[in-house]
Design a protein around this ligand. Sequence first.
Ligand code: HEC
Ligand code: HEC
Length: 366
Amino acid sequence: MKAATNLFLVFIGLQLALVENTIAQGLLTLTSEQAAAAAADYQQYCALCHGEDRQGHVNDHAPSLRSRSLLEAGVQERFLAMGYGRPGTPMAGFFEEIGGPLNKEQLFHLTLWLQDQAGVEQIVLPLDTITGDIEAGKRIYADQCSECHGATGEGVTGTALGNPAMLSVTTDHFIRHAIVNGRQGTKMAAFRENLNSGEIDAVTAFIRSRATGWEVHKPVIRTPPTADEYVLNPKGEPPEFELKDELYVMSKDLNEALEDKRRLVLLDTRSMSMWQMAHIEGSVPLPYYYDEVTKVADDLPRDGTWIVSYCECPRAAAEYVNKQLVDLGFKNTAVLWEGAYGWVGLGYPMSRGETTLADMNLLDPE
Ligand code: HEC
Ligand code: HEC
């Protein structure tokens, strides 16, 4: 089984939706050594807040890590919460890439271990967008949720639902699943008992609309840019990037270039489902695994326009795509140092994309 978990590690952070399916089919299990190591990691790094027995709410209102509704849904949400933390809350990121003590494999084993401990089967939630009456959702939120989650979603005894970092990696159905079923063994009630389905959609859509800040604005329908839209600010001056290690551009510098309307191309090399949930405005989705770089390359400018790639991980997929561009002779290419999650953590803006599952090619990657 070790070989299998290693193989799937390749997908982590990049194609978690597929990993979720594989887990749901029972194809991934831990060896007893891996489980023992994960249990030890848990006691060392997590028990302080989440409790020795994963019961939650021992310190800092850390949520329960054994409630059925959390453990059966959202491999991606749990993995990324552990790896990158929830900036702005006591939940730190544990991934070594951002200075934490755990590598990708340890984090993945911990994800599986928590699920095994809870003894729940993984279910696969749909990835599509939930639409609802945002204004009605806002009223329901104020009446029934704000007491524990805070008037602006900042988190009180309940988790911070207005946290852009959390929302940028959390699917609508993950949120809805928590509202419908509650979190067993905690103060979070199952709202299917006093809200109807339309009301639950409304409050989900309201929370979702906060992904780009706590102000209400309607989600915009987005489809990926077409070739004639690849170059941002075609009439703008080129940015003056000073690269770290001749390869990396810092979030701060990229944000400045975008605000100053500089001419550049931004490539989002994560899976299409991640682009759909949240991406840096103007980015072109070019998932590293489609082997499409060569196809898209014909539509990328060869006049020295900067091409910046980013991913979640924070850099592996982006570096992979960047290298292909360099091999194809592109000049002025760079990789975003902090990745998309670091970008959000630093408070820079994200937009939401909305495409259907069919558009995303997720079920049929070439
Ligand atoms: C300093 C206290 C603290 C420590 C230590 C800590 N956490 Fe957390 N954790 C939190 C808090 C607080 C939250 C909720 C943050 C929010 O409001 O979104 C959280 C959220 C989470 C979530 C998301 C749960 C959900 O309901 O969405 C997961 C998963 C998680 N932690 C796992 C871990 C693991 C695994 C470890 C050890 C590697 C760990 N945490 C260590 C405080 C902590
Ligand atoms: C009595 C307090 C309370 C009320 C009222 C409440 N919640 Fe919660 N909620 C919590 C707590 C506590 C948690 C974390 C539970 C845990 O330990 O896993 C939570 C968790 C959640 C989560 C999961 C968050 C995550 O990071 O995984 C969602 C979504 C949520 N609540 C939505 C709502 C909505 C929407 C309402 C109103 C309709 C609501 N809650 C009302 C206390 C509350």
